[in-house]
Design a protein around this ligand. Structure first.
Ligand SMILES: [Zn+2]
Length: 189
């Protein structure tokens, strides 16, 4: 089985996540603007994801977003993503990998993130993610319950298959947290 930290440079894995985001976006694009019913056009945000992603870099340099084509409305609809968690500059899979893999934390730590950055991510899972509407909804479907203190590793362990499949499935399951609706807090913190 492929080790978690090997996914960092896995072009096929990175391309599959991009394809998932493209598919989610084209589904969202078939809808109309929720405010005025106008057509939705692509209006992606530029990103400079870390760590450097080699050949996948250019396809990962945009967070897919949609924008209403009507003058005076221009309402923005940002579909869920399996590649970017909110405004974090690090690519989503690495925010999971750096926390669940001792090998990634030890050998590839410098390439992925500093200890300080990893502490910040760990805190994000324990605060923002735990309080989110996305987690509140997903949690109810997981039997037996997932250990919240063990996030994100405890959640990742629920998905089967090779490392790349398990991680891709987990990122799909939590993709709602990349939208304002899924990220909103439903718990008193
Ligand atoms: Zn509109």
């Amino acid at each position: 089985m492929q080790a978690w930290h090997e996914l960092v440079g896995d072009a096929k894995f990175l391309a599959a996540l991009t394809a998932t985001d493209e598919r989610i976006a084209s589904e969202a694009r078939r809808g109309r603007c929720p405010l005025c019913g106008g057509r939705l056009d692509r209006g992606d945000f530029p990103r400079k994801p870390r760590p450097g992603l080699g050949a996948a870099e250019s396809s990962w340099s945009k967070r897919i977003s949609l924008c209403c084509s009507e003058e005076g409305c221009r309402h923005r609809v940002t579909p869920p993503s399996v590649r970017f968690l909110g405004r974090k500059v690090y690519a989503a899979p690495f925010i999971v990998i750096a926390l669940v893999s001792a090998a990634a934390a030890a050998t590839a730590a410098a390439a992925i993130a500093s200890a300080r950055t990893r502490r910040r991510w760990a805190e994000w899972w324990q605060t923002t993610f735990l309080a989110s509407a996305c987690w509140s909804e997903l949690r109810g479907r997981l039997v037996p319950a997932v250990s919240e203190r063990g996030l994100p590793g405890s959640l990742l362990a629920r998905f089967e298959g090779a490392a790349s499949e398990a991680l891709a499935s987990m990122l799909s399951a939590i993709s709602a947290v990349t939208t304002p609706r899924g990220l909103r807090s439903v718990r008193a913190m």
